[in-house]
Design a protein around this ligand. Structure first.
Ligand code: MG
Ligand code: MG
Length: 254
């Protein structure tokens, strides 16, 4: 069931989204060679505390006996696509870093992710970053009343594959509101004109996950980190978006 949000609820989601955006901006500024992903996580914790927001990922569990996620952000490097656990790994010059963060403020959630190059990132990194960022905006442009979820999915897939990259199949966008994962699921692939019809008041995360190589992924023994099976580069960008009478509104902006 898709929960439609009132203007007041969307206002609160905009506040939560702004806090998430602040976290990601601070990490963008702090992510230099020699910094550990645990330090970036600590920075995120401090910012949420400062703004009276709570981490959404910390303690999150997919159930089935798997351990809960232990941190405020996910941190992924290079072939790591999503759900990486921050720790003692140090960023190196040329790394591709992906950070995802969910904040809850006054009961509402803002979910967003960025992929960035660390230090002097080379052409391969720059290219996948550009494609992924563009794919996010290609998807957001379809988040209009009267379209269907599949229009977002198909636009992202067509763009990414047209650039010679792949999109992952097992993970994708999702409704967001009082909980992090609501209906509808927003895949990064699939046919246009299918799925739920978009209506004003719908809020969801759009999040292309792009692979330089084949689309197959595996989960590491830590039960969380999802990596490209072929070890090639991956990138992931995300915004929480509201469908409004006047088109899509990105809620996770500064
Ligand atoms: Mg996210
Ligand atoms: Mg998300």
């Amino acid at each position: 069931m898709i929960v439609l949000k009132s203007d007041e609820e969307i206002r609160l989601m905009r506040e939560a989204g702004r806090i998430t955006a602040r976290v990601l901006q601070a990490i963008r500024d702090a992510a230099r060679p020699g910094v550990s992903t645990a330090e970036l996580n600590f920075l995120a914790e401090k910012i949420l505390e400062q703004y009276g927001a709570q981490p959404v990922f910390k303690g999150y569990s997919f159930g089935n006996g798997m351990p809960p996620f232990p941190a405020t952000i996910t941190a992924c490097l290079n072939e790591e696509l999503v759900h990486g656990i921050p720790g003692s790994r140090f960023l190196r010059d040329g790394d591709l870093l992906t950070i995802d963060c969910g904040s809850r403020y006054e009961g509402y959630i803002g979910d967003a992710a960025i992929s960035i190059g660390v230090g002097d990132a080379g052409d391969e990194v720059q290219q996948i970053l550009q494609v992924t960022e563009k794919a996010l905006h290609v998807g957001i442009a379809q988040a209009r009343a009267g379209n269907r979820v599949g229009d977002i999915s198909a636009a992202i897939q067509a763009f990414v594959e047209g650039e010679g990259y792949n999109v992952v199949r097992g993970y994708g966008g999702h409704g967001v509101g009082r909980t992090m994962h609501e209906d509808p699921h927003v895949p990064n692939y699939g046919p246009a004109h299918r799925g739920a019809k978009l209506r004003p008041g719908m809020t969801f995360a759009i999040e292309p996950m792009v692979l330089q190589g084949k689309k197959d992924v595996i989960t590491l023994p830590d039960h969380w980190t999802v990596v490209a099976k072929d070890g090639k580069l991956t990138a992931h960008c995300e915004h929480t978006v509201a469908v409004t009478e006047n088109g899509p509104e990105i809620l996770t902006l500064l």
